[in-house]
Ligand binder design. Structure first.
Ligand code: GTP
Ligand code: MG
Length: 584
């Protein structure tokens, strides 16, 4: 496997290296004593090693520890809309009147914003106490106080010339052009997969912004439900998030009861008066409805609120403009949080897992196999489970089955949710690393071969047992829900979408089979390796993209067999490249 870290870090543009130096010096100046200055910037150690794809040496924390720490960090943080010409030093000095700042960064989303994390929560209160409610506006405003603030310049000495504007941090993945450049410069296909991971994974800053957004929404929900918690789940926290992915969050009302102090002394027990409702579902709909109104009417920067209350899992969908996130809010969706924890564990166990999942997800997106709009196509969640299943099937396995993670669990790990057994070991150090040393290049090719030839018509995918099983119904694609085991997570997928996936998987296996094993000269502009797989449909000529005369399965098998047998054919490695259009 290629050495990690060869990709982006060594090629950081000069200005971002300079930014890191400036930021470090400012933070050192302002940092609170006794606090580890976890300064933002990819080279610093994040709170959760696995979360932002940091290297294997970083201790791997439990999912719940990472979430608690991130939540606490977000509570000490404010979001500030700033004028473009703000003087960074003066701005930080001004804020540090309220207490020491642990770190900060700037980014653009409908204007310049700063995320500022204080060392202590008291500083946020102090800042809010010194903040004015705007008056004399042309449009009337609702005087709602939050941790999303607006910075105004009182005099011109706080302004600076354009060339000295604060450096902003990017919150989106690289353009296709940039990505193809990065991939072309990689040393080999393994390096390409790791490069893609580094380019697309959530940055430390983006993770902070996601937790801060949840925290800001939590403040709104807490107006109705004091003590509630809003947790992020899904790809924001499961280690498989791509820059630009949505922000899934759920309102946890179970946390409220945990704060109650039960005074059992005496003959009485006091309870809160509650209103009863006919069902849990109606309770969920009512809660979401009222919070939806609140977010819509008072939530700064929350726009386009949609109440999708009749869905199987009722939700609120809205955009948080200041962070740029598309948000989905659900209630008491604790099984989904448990799924996120399970994926976090799988993503943290072996450095190849995330690299493979990211490449497969990007490949699926490039070929419109996935979409941000719900429909009959495969989802990223299903694709991730398919990669996990494939890695469980290797010899020796790269990932353990869910049943074996359950067998390693102790009493503290026991977890039953809505009657479903969601128990698995949560301490990553109790799981033995795999002895499998296969390269990413081989794994990617074999992933495509495996699913290009999978008997989807009769078998289901089951990560609990790590085995193919007979399908219990006629859904084209059956992937057993890991916890609610009678459900299929890919029930929505149509036969034609599955066929498209299979055809593309076979095409991609064929392309990789022909690839040179080494990188072409650096001067070559020809996409190669992984880049070839990400090209738009039609850009690569494969036998399979031409008119199909034979059934797909036989044809690919025949091609692969003929390629394997002609080992002395030196032209085979370049054949695929010659057929590629260089247009990206
Ligand atoms: P992105 O496409 O990057 O947003 O991936 P994601 O994993 O966040 O997927 P998505 O936003 O669609 O769903 C969020 C989370 O909900 C997933 O990570 C799963 O934990 C859960 N989830 C999504 N779809 C299903 C499903 O069909 N069944 C079950 N049980 N859980 C699901
Ligand atoms: Mg999501």
């Amino acid at each position: 496997m290629a050495a990690r870290g060869v990709g982006l870090l060594t090629r950081l543009p000069l200005h971002s290296q300079r930014r890191s130096r400036v930021q470090r010096s400012i933070s050192r100046h302002l940092c609170c004593p006794g606090t580890v200055a976890a300064n933002v910037g990819s080279e610093e150690q994040p709170l959760g090693g696995a979360e932002t794809g940091s290297e294997d040496k970083i201790p791997k924390k439990r999912f719940s520890e990472v979430q608690e720490e991130r939540r606490e960090q977000a509570q000490r943080t404010v979001l500030i809309r700033c004028p473009n010409n703000v003087n960074e030093k003066k701005f930080l000095k001004y804020l540090s009147q309220h207490g020491p700042i642990n770190n900060h960064f700037f980014y653009e989303s409908f204007g310049l914003h700063a995320v500022v994390e204080f060392c202590q929560k008291d500083s946020v209160d102090s800042l809010q106490n010194g903040t004015h409610t705007p008056k004399q506006r042309t449009d009337p405003v609702i005087p709602f106080k939050s941790r999303f603030l607006n910075l105004k310049l009182k005099n011109s000495s706080n302004q600076i010339p354009q060339q000295s504007y604060a450096q902003t941090n990017k919150q989106l993945p690289p353009s296709s052009k940039k990505l193809f450049e990065l991939l072309n410069y990689a040393e080999n296909i393994d390096d390409q997969l790791n490069t893609l991971l580094k380019a697309f994974q959530l940055t430390e800053e983006n993770v902070r912004l996601r937790h801060l957004t949840c925290s800001l929404i939590e403040d709104i929900a807490a107006a109705y439900f004091p003590g509630c918690v809003i947790w992020p789940f899904g790809s924001s926290v499961n280690t498989f998030g791509k820059l630009g992915c949505d922000l899934d969050m759920f309102l946890d009302l179970d946390e409220i009861g945990k704060l109650d102090v039960h005074k059992n002394a005496g003959d009485f027990l006091m309870e809160f008066q509650m209103k009863t409702v006919p069902s849990e579902r109606i309770a969920t709909q009512k809660i979401l409805s009222v919070i939806g109104e609140c977010i819509d009417n008072f939530g700064p920067s929350c726009v386009g609120v949609q109440k999708i209350l009749n869905a199987r899992c009722p939700l609120l969908r809205f955009s948080h403009q200041a962070s740029g996130f598309q948000c989905d809010l659900t209630v008491n969706n604790s099984i989904a949080l448990k799924s996120s924890e399970l994926l976090y564990i799988y993503g943290s166990l072996d450095s190849r897992v995330r690299a493979l999942v990211f490449s497969v997800r990007c490949w699926a997106r490039a070929h419109s196999l996935t979409s941000s709009i719900p429909g009959t196509w495969i989802t990223n969640f299903s694709l991730t489970v398919m990669v996990i299943f494939f890695l469980q099937r290797r010899s020796p396995p790269i990932l353990p089955t869910l049943d074996s993670l359950k067998s390693l669990a102790d009493a503290e790990d026991r977890c039953i949710l809505n009657g479903h057994n969601c128990t698995f070991v949560r301490d990553l150090y109790k799981i033995k690393p795999s002895g499998n040393t296969e390269t990413l290049e081989l794994l990617l090719k074999e992933f495509f071969e495996y699913f290009g030839n999978f008997a989807f018509n009769k078998n289901s995918i089951n990560i609990r047992q790590g085995k193919e099983q007979n399908k219990p119904d006629s859904s084209p694609l059956y992937i057993q829900n890991p916890f609610e085991t009678s459900l299929n997570i890919s029930k929505n997928v149509s036969q034609s979408q599955l066929q498209k996936f299979v055809d593309l998987a076979r095409d991609s296996a064929w392309i990789l089979e022909q690839e040179d094993k080494s990188q072409p000269s650096l001067s070559s502009k020809q996409p190669w390796g992984l880049a070839t797989l990400l090209l738009p449909p039609g850009a690569v000529s494969t036998p399979l993209s031409k008119k199909k005369k034979k059934p797909m399965n036989e044809k690919v098998k025949g091609l692969l067999a003929s390629i394997k047998s002609s080992t002395t054919d030196s032209s085979k490695g370049t054949h695929g490249k010659r057929a590629i259009s260089t247009q990206v």
